[in-house]
Design a protein around this ligand. Structure first.
Ligand SMILES: Nc1nc2c(c(=O)[nH]1)N[C@H]1C(S)=C(S)[C@@H](COP(=O)(O)OP(=O)(O)OC[C@H]3O[C@@H](n4cnc5c(N)ncnc54)[C@H](O)[C@@H]3O)O[C@H]1N2
Ligand code: MOO
Length: 502
C-alpha cells in the first residue's frame, strides 16, 4: 500500500489538470492550409476525403504470367498442357491490345489486363521459365484457370466517391499513401506549429565553450529543440536572453515573429533576478502587460502541484506583423532541465496537440503521446525499487525498465495485498505479477506481462539531474496523495522517445 499523506493545503497551487485546462483554453487549432502530400506526413487532416480515382484504377494482373480467357484453359492439366499462341507482351505502364480468343498475352504484375482476358496463369504454372527473356511463340498452360484467377478488379479496394479518410485523421505513412492512391496531390491539413525556444539565464554559455566561474552550458535550448521535433512541431528559432525584463521582452517579441508558440525556460521562480517574474510582477493577479515599442507581453505565473515543474507560466506576446496585430501564445517553463522535460510533456505537448488539431486523434501520437494530463495515467507499471515523492505534488520521475524483482522482495513489502485488492483490475494483475515473479525466480526468464521500473538516478526526481536524464526510458507518474512508493506499487507511465517525427 503506498504511504499516503494528508494533502497539505496549498491554496495558491493549481492541479496539473486545472493548469493544463487553463493553458488549453487560450489555444485553438492553427488555420488549416493546403498541403502537398509529401509534406502531409505527421499532420492532421482538416477535410473529409473521398476517392477521385478507383483503386485499382483499372483491372490488372496480380502475377507475372499469361493473360488468357479462362474457358480456353478448361482442359489444361500438368501432364496435358493447353498450348496457346502468345500474341505479345503487356509490360506495366502500357495499354494492351484486346486479347484474341484462343491466344495468350505475356503480362507483368500490375499491368493492365487486356480486354477479353479474364484470368492470369502465373508463369510457374506454364512450360515457360520465369525471368527476363523474349516472349515465346506459344505457351503451354498447365492449370485450368477459373475466371478472375490472379486478377485485381478496378475499384475493388475503393470505388470513386467512396470515403477514404475523415477530417481529424492523423496522417501516418499509410494514410498519405492512401491519399496518393485515390488521386490527390494535396490536402487541407493543420500545419506543424512553429515553436520559438527562448532560454533565459545570465549563467548560460554555448555548449562546449569554456565556463567562466558561475556559468553552465545551455542544455535546455537543445533539449527543447529536440522535444519540439519529437512532438511533431517545427523549430522556428532558438535564442538566449539575459536576466533583465527588458532584454527578455525584446527577445520574446523577436521570437514571436516567426512562431505560433513561444516556449521559454528559466526565470519563473523566486529568485531576485528571475526575469519572467519581473515581467509578470506588476499586476496583483500575477498578470502583467509589458509594453515596448514593438509589442506587448502578457503573462500569468502559477504554482502547479507537480514535481518537478512547480513554477509555471503562460500568456501571449502581441506583435505588429505586416500591419496587423498577431497574438502568439507563450508557455514559460522552469529552468531546471528535468523540470523542462516534465513540463514539456505535461503542458507543452497538449498545447502542441491542440494547435496541430491532434486533440481528438485516437491512438499513438508523436513524442510522449501525451495529449491531456490523464493520458499519463492510462499506462501502468510497477515499482521495482522504493522511492520518496513529495506529498501534495504529482511526481514525474525518470525511470528505466528493469526485470521483475524476485518474488521475495515483492512480498516483503507490507500491505501489498491491500493495494492489489483495491486497485482496478487487481485480481488479474496480481495473478500476473505472482506468476511473473515466480517465473523469474524459477527460470530467470525476463519475459514479463507487467512492466517494472526503477528510478534512473539514486537522487530520484532531482530536477537538476540533466546528464543522467538521457538514461530515462519513461517517466513514472505518482499521485499527489502518495508520499512513498514501495516495491510492487503501481505507478502511471509515460514512455519517452518511443515514436517521433522529424
Ligand atoms: N525560494 C525558492 N526557490 C526556488 C523555488 C521556490 O519555490 N522558492 N522553486 C524551485 C523550483 S521547484 C524550481 S523548478 C526552480 C525554477 O527556477 P527558475 O525557473 O527560476 O529557473 P532558473 O533559476 O533560471 O534555473 C533553475 C536551474 O536550472 C538551470 N538552468 C536554467 N536554464 C538552463 C539552461 N538553459 N540549460 C541548463 N540549465 C539551465 C539553472 O542554472 C538553475 O540551476 O527554482 C527553484 N527555486
Ligand atoms: O518544480 Mo522544480 O521543477 O521541482 O525543480
Amino acid at each position: 500500500m503506498p504511504e499516503t499523506a494528508e494533502k497539505p493545503a496549498m491554496p495558491d497551487t493549481l492541479s496539473v489538470e486545472a493548469y493544463v485546462a487553463e493553458v488549453l483554453a487560450t489555444l485553438t487549432p492553427l488555420p488549416a492550409v493546403d498541403t502537398p502530400l509529401f509534406a502531409a506526413h505527421g499532420l492532421v487532416l482538416a477535410q473529409d476525403v473521398t476517392a477521385a480515382l478507383p483503386v485499382p484504377p483499372w483491372t490488372n494482373s496480380a502475377m507475372d504470367g499469361y493473360a488468357v480467357r479462362a474457358r480456353d484453359t478448361e482442359s489444361a492439366a500438368p501432364q496435358a498442357p493447353v498450348i496457346l499462341p502468345v500474341a505479345g507482351d503487356v509490360p506495366a505502364g502500357t495499354a494492351p491490345a484486346p486479347l484474341v480468343p484462343g491466344t495468350a498475352q505475356r503480362i507483368m504484375t500490375g499491368a493492365m489486363l487486356p480486354e477479353n482476358a479474364d484470368a492470369v496463369v502465373k508463369v510457374e504454372d506454364t512450360d515457360q521459365a520465369p525471368g527476363p527473356h523474349p516472349p515465346p511463340a506459344e505457351v503451354g498452360i498447365r492449370v485450368a484457370a477459373r475466371p478472375g484467377l490472379n486478377v485485381r478488379q478496378a475499384g475493388e479496394d475503393v470505388g470513386i466517391g467512396d470515403s477514404v479518410l475523415t477530417a481529424g485523421t492523423f496522417m501516418t505513412a499509410t494514410a498519405v499513401a492512401s491519399l496518393a492512391s485515390v488521386g490527390l496531390s494535396a490536402v487541407r491539413a493543420f500545419p506543424r506549429p512553429r515553436v520559438a525556444v527562448v532560454s533565459t539565464g545570465a549563467e548560460l554559455v554555448e555548449p562546449g565553450q569554456e565556463l567562466p566561474a558561475g556559468a553552465i552550458p545551455d542544455s535546455n535550448s537543445l533539449l527543447l529543440a529536440g522535444l519540439v521535433a519529437e512532438h511533431g512541431a517545427r523549430l522556428a528559432s532558438v535564442s538566449r536572453s539575459g536576466d533583465t525584463a527588458e532584454s527578455l521582452a525584446m527577445a520574446l517579441i523577436e521570437a514571436a515573429r516567426g512562431a505560433d508558440l513561444i516556449v521559454t525556460s528559466g526565470g519563473v521562480s523566486a529568485g531576485a533576478f528571475d526575469p519572467l517574474v519581473m515581467l509578470a510582477e506588476d499586476d496583483e493577479d500575477g498578470e502583467n502587460v509589458e509594453n515596448t515599442a514593438d509589442g506587448t507581453v502578457r503573462l500569468r505565473l502559477s504554482k502547479v502541484a507537480m514535481q518537478p515543474g512547480k513554477p509555471q507560466g503562460h500568456g501571449v506576446v502581441r506583435i505588429e506583423d505586416g500591419g496587423t496585430h498577431r497574438q502568439v501564445p507563450i508557455i514559460t517553463l522552469p529552468g531546471n532541465p528535468v523540470s523542462v522535460l516534465v513540463s514539456f510533456i505535461t503542458v507543452v505537448a497538449p498545447a502542441l496537440a491542440r494547435l496541430a488539431g491532434r486533440d481528438s486523434v485516437p491512438g499513438p501520437l508523436p513524442g510522449s503521446g501525451v495529449r491531456r494530463p490523464h493520458d499519463a495515467l492510462s499506462m501502468r507499471a510497477r515499482a521495482a525499487a522504493a522511492w520518496r515523492t513529495p506529498p501534495g505534488r504529482r511526481q514525474h520521475i525518470p525511470v528505466r525498465f528493469v526485470q521483475a524483482p524476485a518474488r521475495a522482495s515483492v512480498e516483503d513489502v507490507e500491505g501489498m495485498e491491500d493495494m492489489e485488492n483495491s486497485a482496478p483490475g487487481a485480481a488479474a494483475e496480481s495473478t500476473e505479477r505472482a506468476e511473473c515473479a515466480e517465473r523469474t525466480e524459477s527460470t530467470g526468464s525476463t519475459a514479463s506481462p507487467v512492466l517494472w521500473v526503477e528510478p534512473t538516478h539514486r537522487l530520484g526526481s532531482g530536477s537538476h539531474l540533466v546528464a543522467s536524464m538521457a538514461a530515462a526510458e519513461a517517466l513514472a507518474v505518482v499521485g499527489e496523495e502518495v508520499a512513498e512508493v514501495a516495491v510492487g506499487d503501481e505507478v502511471g507511465l509515460i514512455a519517452l522517445n518511443r515514436t517521433h517525427l522529424h
